[in-house]
Design a binder for this molecule. Structure first.
Ligand code: FES
Ligand code: FE2
Length: 445
């Protein structure tokens, strides 16, 4: 079966062909293999450190189909556990996020410490032979790997996975562009929004770094903000520059290697960003070139497979959880520099709502575009999704902007309309899908 997935990516650079079989969005066998070979075998984002600052703070999530949670330990470290009671498997965390020094299972009342040790079993003495029974045999199952990079917490079910920083590769530089936006660190703001798309998770990964769709799918949003900016009260940080949406500023895209991808566009002018108040500090601490990448340019990053960091009008963490071949759960958070001024925070939140929330003007358009693509992909007689746009302008290695930013992409391209960044994503996808499943199997041993 593994071999048959290889044919789904038609990758022939010499013939100027790069296309994927739309079965990858539809096929249940593909989906099951993705869960085993990608989501349960490679590093997955779980939460931001600011969401679990204190001992006992926990955050529940999924690695593939497996419920897990991470918990801040007494020594300040982060523990990771399968979110299943050692007795008969009930979920342990009462909520997605909270604080508990001990977790008591709501089914039969077994209790665990924040370090995962089983510390109490209801009516233990009447149920088990004290000569043979050891409570320590019923500690929670630890996740093999939990690591954080610049505040972003990841976990992995594969004990043999490379170190997180190695997995991140060139994408690490883009997490740094975010993390350094405050000398006091970044914080996820209270509240989140979760919605389900009737579409495959890869359509969402593609969409996150698809500059080509912006001026069509978001044309109504662009026209609205352009008109709004003629009115008083929408200057400075409150502005969402419409030039970017119309594609009128310098922009580009990179295949960062390892399946990670990024698009960027100049902020025109940069004082529309809530970060602008820190311009002097950024230039002083990091130099003009890095400050240009952090402030002068907006960026959309995909950390393979399904973490999106958006830093254009506002700053967003978006994660997507594959539920079925044609169903994806998306969760979004607003990320902000600690200690920013009240006016910068206000502008950031208003622009976050403007674009991303259910009541906003843009995400709903994206969801429709993805669901259209999912539905259209069922037209199996038309087999291929095309990704060869930009093959004539692709640069192998870094362009001038990448050299300025001190990162080293596999390829660069001259506008964010190009599709060459997806080649890295689908090459990584193909490599993982044509190896034996390792995640779930090794974690179970
Ligand atoms: S399933 Fe948790 S105590 Fe029984
Ligand atoms: Fe969009």
């Amino acid at each position: 079966m593994a071999g048959s997935f290889a044919a789904y990516v038609d990758d022939r650079p010499a013939d100027k062909v790069f296309r994927v079989d739309r079965a990858i969005y539809l096929d249940d066998a593909v989906f099951a293999a993705e869960i085993a070979n990608i989501f349960e075998a490679t590093w997955q984002f779980v939460c931001h450190e600011s969401q679990i600052p204190n001992h006992g703070d926990y955050f529940a999530n999924h690695l593939g189909r497996q419920p897990i949670f991470v918990m801040r330990q007494q020594d300040g470290g982060i523990g990771g556990f399968v979110n299943a009671c050692a007795h008969r498997g009930a979920l342990l965390t009462p909520m997605k996020q909270g604080n508990a020094k001990t977790l008591t299972c709501r089914f039969h009342g077994w209790t665990y410490g924040s370090d995962g040790h089983c510390i109490r079993i209801k009516n233990e003495e009447t149920g088990y032979d004290p000569a043979r029974f050891r409570r320590t045999d019923y500690d929670l199952t630890r996740l093999p790997r939990v690591e954080a990079y610049r505040g972003f917490v990841f976990a992995c079910l594969n004990p043999a996975a490379p170190a997180l920083v190695e997995f991140l590769g060139e994408a690490a530089r883009f997490l740094e562009f975010i993390a350094h936006q405050s000398a006091d660190g970044m914080e996820v703001l209270p509240g989140s929004s979760t919605y389900v798309i009737n579409g495959n998770w890869k359509l969402q990964s593609e969409n996150a770094v698809d500059g080509y769709h912006v001026s069509t799918v978001h044309r109504v949003f662009g026209a609205t903000v352009a008109r709004r900016e003629e009115r008083p009260g929408y200057d400075g940080m409150m502005r969402t520059e419409s030039g970017r949406i119309a594609g009128k500023v310098e922009n580009g895209c990179y295949d960062l290697g390892g399946g990670h991808m990024v698009i960027w566009a100049d902020r025109s002018p940069p004082d529309t960003s809530p970060l602008f108040e820190q311009k002097d500090r950024l230039e002083r601490d990091y130099g003009a070139a890095k400050a240009r990448w952090m402030l002068g340019r907006g960026r959309n990053l995909i950390v393979f497979p399904s973490l999106m960091i958006n830093d254009f009008a506002a700053t967003q963490i978006r994660t997507f959880r594959p539920i079925a071949a044609d169903r994806t759960e998306v969760t979004i958070y607003c990320l902000a520099p600690r200690g920013e001024s009240k006016s910068a925070r206000y502008a950031r939140l208003r622009k976050f709502e403007d674009f991303f929330l259910v009541s906003g003007m843009a995400t709903a358009d994206d969801v429709m575009a993805l669901e259209d693509s999912q539905t259209g992909s069922r037209g199996r007689t038309a087999r291929w999704g095309e990704f060869h746009r930009g093959l004539d302008s692709v640069v192998h290695g870094p362009d001038a902007a990448a050299r300025d930013g001190k990162f080293n992409p596999v390829t660069s391209n001259n506008t964010w309309d190009q599709e060459t960044l997806y080649h890295g994503f689908y090459r990584r996808w193909k490599a993982l899908m044509t190896t034996e499943a390792i995640g779930a199997k090794e974690a179970a041993e």
